[in-house]
Design a protein around this ligand. Sequence first.
Ligand SMILES: [Fe+2]
Length: 466
Amino acid sequence: MKTIVLWLKRILKWVSVSFLALLLFYGVARFYVVYTDSQIEGARAPYFQKQAAEAISVLWHSDEAEIGVVRYGLSPDDLNMQAGEPEAGEAHELRLTGLKASQRYYYAVGNDEAMIYGGTEDDWFMTAPATGGEAAVRLWVIGDSGDPGEVQRAVRDAMKDWVGSHPRQGRPYLDQWLALGDNAYRSGSNQQYQAALFDAYPAIFKNIALWPVYGNHDDRRWTFFDIFSLPEQAESGGVPSATENYYSFDYANIHYVMLDSQASDREPGGAMLNWLQKDLEANTQDWLIVAFHHPPYSKGSHDSDDEGDSGGRLVEMRRQVLPVLEKYGADLVLAGHSHVYERSYLMGCQYGDSAEFSRKNIVSEGVEGRNAKFIKHKSERAMPHSGTVYIVAGASAKVDGAKLDHPAMAVDMMEAGSLLIDVTGDQLTVRYLNDKAEVKDEFSIEKKADDSWKAYRNPDYTGCPL
Ligand SMILES: [Fe+2]
């Protein structure tokens, strides 16, 4: 009997030692994979970040260490200004400063010996318009776009077709570009970012600064924060967030807030919501557009009623973040994560699950379906709970089957596409463009200083109980 017990003990010891060794081996191997996947390697063409009225950052990557140089000027034939790095490296980032607002600059990028990229009339960037000023702004929004292939290309080309056939007098084809997270499947590795983002949109990267939010698939490697240079010090307006996870910026008369629904604290009193409160308190812009990855309302490939969905992030964003956004008069809230399109009424004060949604939450129905029009009051400071439109646009590279029965949604569809948003002064128009360049949903919000908004308001809307 004693011998059996002894043997059993030995076996048990052997099993636990082997298990620990296996666990350690797995841990080391996993760390190695994540580490190597996260390294930025190889040449990457220039792209723009932290666009502001008087400055912009140029980023690129070279095969070998070299001293990066950017030449720029008002004509491709006369790149008479130059910025250079103090020392050699492979990852390059130069901030061009002292620029003129709303100005097109041409550029070439290379090293202290030769220019490698740019130098043609297609190689230009624009500075932002002066903050607070009215300008015609065209914004392109992609969501969950990180799956390279036919659908992704069709959605991209549809945007190009549509903007090509709807040009704006004296304006470029686009002014701004937002990505709603999950920018590179499956893990946001450097290689996947190259294939899903840089190789997928090369012509757009030449001209337009990209503003991304952090999705769950971007959170699997460390590349997001190496690839993007985001304004943690309010380099493009807003209040400094002191982190690249979430940030804000201004463009003409629009204030943008980009939140991190994935990895940052979503609790009231936490760093992100404390910053959000300060940022929105300081904001005086006419329009407030907010973006983050996990949708507060969705019955797409994710269910915003399910507390277990995505670790409760959808529910937490709705319960904890929306009251702050609505208090400061958010006009549009954009999210992805569900690979569908869903668009709400102008609505407010609905922080529970979908069964609690009622007509009391609808500020205005506009006209149901296409071409809805919402009127909001234009005042110096945004009116609290004056109505927000919530959009899920996570179908820029793939579409999932879904129930699509969230009662807050005026329009929903399982169709690949992207958003084109035009803001001109007091009018904001949103279009959902499918992969065949057809406008599948369109609505506008107009801000009027008179009392005409009252006629459009649903009399049942109760606002938020104090
Ligand atoms: Fe996601």
